[in-house]
Design a protein around this ligand. Structure first.
Ligand code: SAH
Ligand code: SF4
Ligand code: F3S
Length: 440
């Protein structure tokens, strides 16, 4: 029996794609290998967003070429975003098959012919083999039209395309029926979700993302609803209204509606000139105003962000503006990225003039501010009882899960509560997490 192993790099989009890849392989008779060592077929779902991400993939492939360590391995498939980069395809000897995930429906043909391109298929029609029994990622769109000047995603993922409403809803309903407790809607920019209206979807009157979110939040069942990611230029008042309204709707949890009070809102920079060079189409003032509206209308909302340090030409003064933004907003979490030039993007034409050492320094400085703000926000939870979806047991033997705010909550329990909602009284705040005791 042929066994497969899938290694995932990059963003949640890839986790979701990997679930569809696994389902397709099982349909073709493959079984999941216990680890990569016993696999006949290894699939790498790759990421191109930064050079370091691609280097990790090459490291993994070089390792897989060690015959002694991987005696069974016959085929390496490289899929995901790197498979769509011409520079990568030149490195032919690295993988047996380079495959656009969109061709998933032709996998059998591709495996037989090794590398003859198959015709485009709707890979979303493949029903995924969900990794988790309680959290599911549901893509609502692919691609991106924004062309932020530093970003490779529009080049590898192609133009924005929204999934039909009825496909998304039937996938979500299936998940709810199967007892899923957390549904995370995925898109590079969910706020520009715009389904082509068919006869059935027009009846449901879902024309944009807030409509879709509201519709799903009203489906009966005991589940939480989250979404990533929101581009600040497209975050509408309507979305804020839907989130705010749901708070009092008392849906899936004892503490609020199904839509969790949490949002990732990538700022990328705290400087208007840099934002312009990044082609982001908003100002710092606009960003701050969004945060103000979110916090006013959705009490207790946790806000996280993505930021890039060392964008070409970013002066110390411009970086200070990002520091200022962090001090002011006090993010609950931030993904701090060091700029990495990507061939083919607009910013790659600018000189990458900020040294590696300076980027490291700027990232560390931001992280310090982040820690202070996040700790301050976490302290507010001490004494409160939070609902937590239990995810796993960590190395120290404590249980860990997520609160509605996406904050990690650790607690002790003699019982295995994975995949269950529990209530935890918070006793301690850490920089990026909370500690508490299980209560009734
Ligand atoms: N669609 C999402 C995120 C896509 S990529 C959005 O618009 O927010 C995830 C993050 O990687 C980005 O938010 C950005 O902070 C970072 N990133 C993208 N390209 C990068 C590059 N060339 N160098 C460093 N970080 C980058
Ligand atoms: Fe990249 Fe910008 Fe699109 Fe996000 S919105 S994927 S950063 S181009
Ligand atoms: Fe990476 Fe592709 Fe996601 S480049 S961040 S895996 S969309």
């Amino acid at each position: 029996m042929m066994k497969y192993y899938i290694q995932i790099f990059g963003c949640q989009m890839n986790y979701s794609d990997a679930e569809r890849f696994a389902a397709k392989l099982e349909e073709l008779g493959y079984k999941k290998a216990a680890d990569d060592k016993e696999a006949d077929l290894i699939v790498l779902i790759t990421c191109s967003v930064r050079k370091s991400a691609e280097d990790r993939v090459y490291g993994a492939i070089n390792n897989y070429h060690k015959k002694k360590l991987y005696p069974n391995l016959k085929t390496i498939i490289l899929s995901g975003c790197m498979a769509l980069r011409p520079e990568v395809l030149k490195k032919e000897n690295k993988a047996d098959i380079f495959m656009d995930i969109k061709n998933l429906n032709s996998l059998l043909k591709i495996l037989k012919q090794k590398n003859k391109p198959a015709k485009f298929g709707d890979y979303f029609s493949v029903k995924p083999r969900y990794e988790s029994k309680f959290t599911a990622y549901v893509p609502i769109m692919t691609g991106c039209n924004n062309f932020c000047s530093y970003c490779i995603v529009p080049f590898v993922r192609g133009r924005e395309e929204s999934r039909p409403v009825e496909d998304i809803i039937s996938e979500v309903k299936g998940l709810i029926r199967n007892g899923y407790k957390e549904i995370i809607l995925l898109g590079q920019n969910v706020n520009s979700y715009s389904p082509k209206l068919g006869a059935r979807s027009s009846k449901q009157k879902i024309t944009d993302f807030p409509d879709l979110l509201e519709y799903i939040s009203k489906l009966p069942g005991n589940f939480w609803l989250r979404f990533i990611t929101s581009h600040p230029k497209d975050l509408s008042d309507k979305l804020i209204r839907v989130m705010a309204k749901n708070k009092s709707a008392r849906g899936g949890s004892a503490f609020g509606g199904k839509i969790c009070e949490q949002i990732n809102l990538p700022a990328q920079s705290g400087d208007d000139q840099i934002l312009r060079k990044m082609n982001r189409h908003y100002t710092v003032a606009h960003y701050k105003n969004l945060v103000k509206k979110l916090r006013k209308n959705i009490p207790g909302i946790a806000i996280s962000t993505d930021v890039i340090v060392g964008f070409p030409t970013e002066t110390k003064k411009q970086f200070e503006n990002t520091i200022k933004l962090f001090k002011e907003i006090k993010f609950d979490m931030a993904y701090i990225n060091k700029y990495s030039s990507r061939e083919g993007t607009a910013a790659a034409r600018l000189v990458d003039n900020i040294s590696k050492a300076e980027k490291v320094k700027r990232a560390a400085a931001l992280n310090e501010i982040l820690k202070i703000g996040a700790l301050e926000s976490n302290r507010k939870f001490i004494g409160q009882t939070l609902e937590v979806l239990v995810e796993k047991r960590n190395r120290k033997g404590d249980w860990a899960g997520k609160a509605r705010t996406y904050k990690v909550v650790k607690f002790k329990s003699s019982k295995n509560l994975v995949g269950k909602f529990v209530r935890v009284k918070i006793t301690k705040a850490e920089n990026f997490g909370l500690v508490g005791e299980l209560t009734k």
